[in-house]
Design a protein around this ligand. Structure first.
Ligand code: IPE
Ligand code: IPE
Ligand code: MG
Length: 242
């Protein structure tokens, strides 16, 4: 068991390796995504149990539209199923104090299917009294898109004469990101043997600790998560100091 105050307050997870997991088994890539969705639920519940307050799961990037349309459709179908299931398990999630949010561009012109947009909006309206864990699911998310959106909003305020360019602060920018009000990720986990951020939380990750592993996401277990947490607990974060 890890000391409560050595636990990260926010963990970001890049759920990668679904396709390779399927390939290893001679299965279509969609089966890898399906298995990856199961791992997501497992890690989500486990993190909530042990008291992680904020989680961000990277599920679909603004660049993932480059994939074949049948793969994109299979991933969208999984979101649909997840949203329907979450609706059914509303009480259960409430009891766990788990609040599910979607971050990314899920607007009308986003290309995300309309029924998914609607399901997400419906879910967003339901607030909780006591939240133990906030779960962000990043869908059609890109860090550059997120920052661009913040810049556009600031520029609009300047244009309206409500804001002086010189007075723009880092906090102003943070407050306009999807993660506004949440702490920056302390720890970012990327399985599947890739060593990059792939446009994930690029502003927020300025001082995040990284944890990499060769395990493919569908094979990722609570023991792997524990290992990442215990490695994190032993890191020395200096934030530029000594
Ligand atoms: C991550 O797994 C899921 C998404 C990006 C949607 P991948 O589909 O990228 O799996 P690999 O990297 O091809 O193995
Ligand atoms: C990052 O994985 C995006 C998600 C996990 C949703 P990718 O598989 O898309 O990243 P790259 O292309 O290997 O950088
Ligand atoms: Mg990948």
């Amino acid at each position: 068991m890890i000391d409560k105050d050595r636990l990260p307050k926010h963990v970001g997870i890049i759920m990668d390796g679904n396709g390779r997991w399927a390939k290893q088994r001679g299965l279509p890539r969609s089966q890898g995504h399906k298995q990856g969705a199961k791992t997501f639920k497992l890690i989500c519940d486990y993190a909530n149990e042990i008291g992680i307050e904020n989680l961000t799961f990277y599920a679909f990037s603004t660049e993932n539209w480059r994939r074949p349309s049948d793969e994109v459709a299979a991933i969208m179908q999984l979101f649909r199923e997840y949203l329907a299931d979450a609706q059914k398990r509303k009480k259960e999630n409430e009891q766990k104090g788990m609040r599910i949010r979607f971050i990314g561009d899920l607007g009308e012109k986003s290309g995300v299917p309309k029924d998914i947009q609607r399901l997400v909006r419906k879910m967003e309206k339901e607030s909780l009294d006591k939240t133990k864990t906030v779960v962000n699911i990043a869908v059609n998310y890109g860090g550059r898109q997120e920052i661009t959106r913040a810049v556009q909003e600031l520029a609009a305020r300047v244009k309206e004469g409500k804001l002086e360019p010189d007075s723009i602060t880092q906090e102003d920018i943070s407050a306009l990101l999807y993660t506004a009000g949440q702490p920056d990720p302390d720890l970012i986990i990327r399985p599947s043997g890739e060593y990059r951020l792939s446009n994930f939380l690029i502003w927020q990750a300025a001082y995040s600790e990284f944890w990499y592993s060769d395990i493919l996401w569908p094979d990722f277990t609570t023991e792997d998560f524990d290992r990442a947490l215990s490695d994190y607990a032993n890191r020395s974060r200096r934030f530029g100091g000594i």
